[in-house]
Design a protein around this ligand. Structure first.
Ligand SMILES: *[C@@H]1O[C@H](CO)[C@@H](O)[C@H](O)[C@H]1NC(C)=O
Ligand SMILES: *[C@@H]1O[C@H](CO)[C@@H](O)[C@H](O)[C@H]1NC(C)=O
Length: 483
């Protein structure tokens, strides 16, 4: 081949190369079907929400995969007689016998939203602790379980498993659960690594639970993420009014989000694996007093029309009440704890005042900022089905009141999911604010390579850069060839 021919072919080669590089570039831009930041947003769906009445009913078709990086299907159960994971609601979860196939309807969302990681959660409050304690106490059962779970989650195209044992050593568990839980995470990790599956766990946030239940350093080795359940710090069970999820507390009070996170970090949890849990619900109280914090209350609280559980009110139920100008409810912001308290007028018949303490969008934004400051992996949500997913309520105007750089709220194309949208906006805003402050924080992300989306995105980014480099290298060669 002489120089003349090479000269004539070069433009064609360049065109092909250019097409290849830009094609890859646009493909990767188009593949951004999730949040615009690189933090995790883990969204739990309590799948029994499908049975709620009226506008409270939430099905998988109500889920918006563009607002979360991870979604967790809650819950599957444990069949201790088989040492196996099982569906707790075969009609909703599976396709057999004309079932509704919930597992596969959720995992199918990955086709249109390739960024999404979908996990199946096992456990939850109602599953108790005892059978899990039995399972982990036996090596053969544990290892059988790890294999069975791996096959089960892959069968339905899940990306992983979320352990929701509430809690090792507690509620009928035994002291050995602490080390046996480490062994369970280790067995699962070894099995899951064969198939690139994610392993995460919901973790209790109360100090006394953390102390007894978790060898934090050890479980952090085997889990991809620890989802810290930073809520239920106070509720009707206290028989006095308290905040569901206060961001801060006095120095001696271990019942706050800040205490839980700082404590876990101190115990050796890597920030890059910690995921801060946010409640999309409030805790309810009934009192004959004024309805202030610490007022004595009955031990029951009240229930909402959709969630129908004493002492509990979904954010959608709360914002419906507060958006109703004739409901007589008023609200009060507490800057110290970043919590909102809402109270009814006194009922003329019962003489009761109804009170709910909850996270408003301003609470959520402030907690996201806290998580970003601590360089955590991101935030988790319990649960998306009680956000105002239909967009019935007025939007809060004070969401970013505690953000320095925000003068007006970001524009939204849609008014539904106000809390989830706040999480994604606040993540970007908080990261900008931190960058502006030029806070120098050591980046440990290189020695703690997380599984799943972060690593995937890094690799994707790297491959685009290297393609670009290859292209310019080839261009240089071709160019020199033609000269
Ligand atoms: C634990 O397992 C036993 C035996 O299968 C079962 O009867 C029981 O319901 C399980 N406990 C819970 C809380 O599911
Ligand atoms: C608003 O609150 C009032 C008083 O509680 C109630 O009668 C009415 O039905 C509520 N309106 C809506 C739309 O829920």
């Amino acid at each position: 081949m002489d120089g003349h021919m090479a000269f004539r072919q070069a433009p064609l080669l360049l065109v092909i190369l250019f097409a290849l590089v830009t094609g890859t570039f646009w493909a990767s831009v188009a593949a951004r079907t999730g949040p615009a930041h690189d933090k995790v947003v883990v969204c739990y769906i309590s799948t029994w929400a499908v049975y709620r009445p009226g506008q409270g009913a939430y099905s998988i078709e109500n889920f918006d995969p563009s607002l979360c990086t991870h979604v967790v299907y809650a819950f599957a159960g444990l069949d201790i007689t088989q040492a196996a994971i099982k569906s707790l609601d075969p009609w909703q979860d599976l396709k057999e016998e004309y079932g509704k196939g919930g597992y596969e309807r959720l995992t199918a969302l990955k086709r249109s939203h390739p960024h999404l990681k979908v996990s199946l959660a096992i456990g939850g409050w109602n599953e108790g602790s005892k059978n899990y304690s039995t399972l982990v106490s036996n090596v053969e059962q544990r290892q059988y379980f790890a294999k069975q779970v791996s096959a089960f989650v892959r069968k339905y195209n899940f990306d992983g498993l979320d352990l929701d044992w509430e809690y090792p050593t507690q509620r009928g568990g035994r002291p050995q659960d602490r080390e046996n839980f480490v062994a369970l995470t280790k067995d699962l990790r070894e099995e899951f690594d064969n198939n690139g599956l994610l392993l995460t766990s919901a973790i209790g946030a109360a100090k006394h639970v953390i102390d007894k239940a978790y060898d934090v350093r050890q479980i952090s080795r085997y889990l991809d993420y620890l989802h810290i359940m930073c809520y239920d710090y106070h509720g009707s069970w206290d028989q006095k009014i308290g905040n569901n999820a206060p961001l801060t507390s006095s120095a001696v009070d271990p019942l706050s989000v800040q205490y839980s996170i700082d404590y876990l970090l101190q115990l050796g949890a890597p920030p890059s694996k910690l995921v801060l849990g946010l409640p999309f619900y409030g805790r309810t109280f009934k009192t004959v007093s004024q309805g202030n914090l610490n007022d004595a209350s009955d031990g029951v609280g009240f229930r909402g029309p959709y969630t129908r559980e004493d002492g509990f009110l979904g954010y959608n139920e709360i914002c419906n009440i507060l958006s109703n100008k004739t409901s007589g409810w008023s609200k009060q912001w507490d800057a110290e704890t970043s919590q909102m308290l809402a109270r009814s007028e006194r009922n003329v018949f019962t003489q009761d005042v109804s009170v709910v303490t909850f996270d408003s969008s301003r609470s959520i934004a402030n907690k996201v900022k806290f998580a970003m400051k601590k360089r955590l992996a991101g935030v988790m949500v319990w649960s998306v089905d009680t956000d105002d997913f239909l967009g019935n309520c007025e939007l809060d105007e004070d969401t970013y009141a505690d953000f320095r750089l925000v003068t007006s709220a970001p524009r939204r194309l849609n008014h539904n999911y106000p809390l989830l949208r706040t999480i994604n906006e606040a993540t970007s805003l908080a990261l900008e604010e931190l960058a502006a402050d030029e806070v120098v924080v050591p980046d440990d992300s290189e020695n703690e390579i997380p599984h799943g989306s972060i690593a995937d995105r890094k690799n994707a980014a790297t491959s685009i850069v290297s393609l670009g480099l290859t292209a310019s290298f080839l261009y240089t060669i071709l160019h020199s060839f033609t000269n």
